[in-house]
Design a protein around this ligand. Sequence first.
Ligand code: 3PG
Length: 412
Amino acid sequence: MLVPKLYTLDDIDVGNKKVLVRVDFNVPIDVNGNILDDFRIRAHSQTLLSLLNRGAAVVVLSHQGRPGDSDFVTLENHAKKLEEVLGVEVRFVNDVMGPAACEAIQSLRHGEILLLDNVRLVSEELIEGEPERLAKTYLVRRLAPHFNYFVFDAFATAHRAQPSIVGFPAVLPSVIGYVMKRELEALDRLLSKGSLKVFVLGGAKVKDMIKVVELLAKKGIECKVITAGLVGLVFHVAKGGKVSNSISKLLEERGLAPLIAEAKKVLSLGIPIETPYDAKVLKADGSIAEEPLSSATGIPLDIGSYTASVFSEIIRSASVVVMKGTAGRVEDPRFRSGTIALLEAALKSSAYVVIGGGHISSMLSEVGVVREKGIHISTAGGALLMALAGEELPALKALELSYKRFFKVVPS
Ligand code: 3PG
């Protein structure tokens, strides 16, 4: 993938203008709906403050979680957090495109900021398609007429071709914000590093990670892939590894069983994939033990110490380490040690380290090694990996379309 040159918010005059900003405030949330880590919210502050200080009326749009998941919540707490981070009053309306939202947008004055509610409350937002088609959704048709500009700053969602990402650029002059600018610069540097990359893929977004591995294999990217978390469990089974009935049940319950066949197809492409050897498990009597994964009787909630040492050795041999997602259920302190061990191996190595995704980056402070140089802490997980695997990001394509349509000249 080539990183295109893009117009930024410094290239437009936003004074006395109404600006819609797509950010990614999708953050880790606990069972009570509290925000566990505000990294992504803080990341967008420079973009939002710059627009406010230059006299724009700023309306912010984001998603949080996916419908059906426990972290699919309203953005009311995000508004409070944003107010704290920006140090200015942040209005919030629990509506996305209905009368309350439209009225709040209309009454917003220059120098003021409003956060709309979770854009995925609108079911249309989950449609994926081409910019022209998604520009016809109600979401875009209702909101776009209120604005002079669209600022896209949500790099972490740039791999989704959804209305709030690709629909607005088709109908509004669009530029990127500072998060996008920083992330694209880092991506450009990373893509130009030809040396051996080690991808450490963990977490629960198994389908996305299988897609990433497939792209890496098909595009012939020189790399090694380490899998952990639920991703590791699915690849373990796909490789023919045995698991107990309780683990099979877990895979069923989490809707992951159908992905085993997809993982098998990807394995047949010949890319080397490491899977966990042992696991830290929670047993039926509530105790915790380390067991070989193939004979584990408890539920595996972290990698075991043998796996951590094998994976750490591979990480040490890399020139670039890209880590996405955690190795275990890190919300529970008893299952954080595997992720911490892998982060420590990466930070101690001489590799350039890229950390992607909210959960894992929030754990850096627990690692006993501090690194200031040779590290990029990305706001993104899936988007970064897709781009590194050579996939075109729909958001970038939509922005280029917007330039041709509204600015007439594509930046050089
Ligand atoms: C992410 O966390 O990777 C982004 O916010 C995208 O979220 P999604 O995978 O639910 O589209």
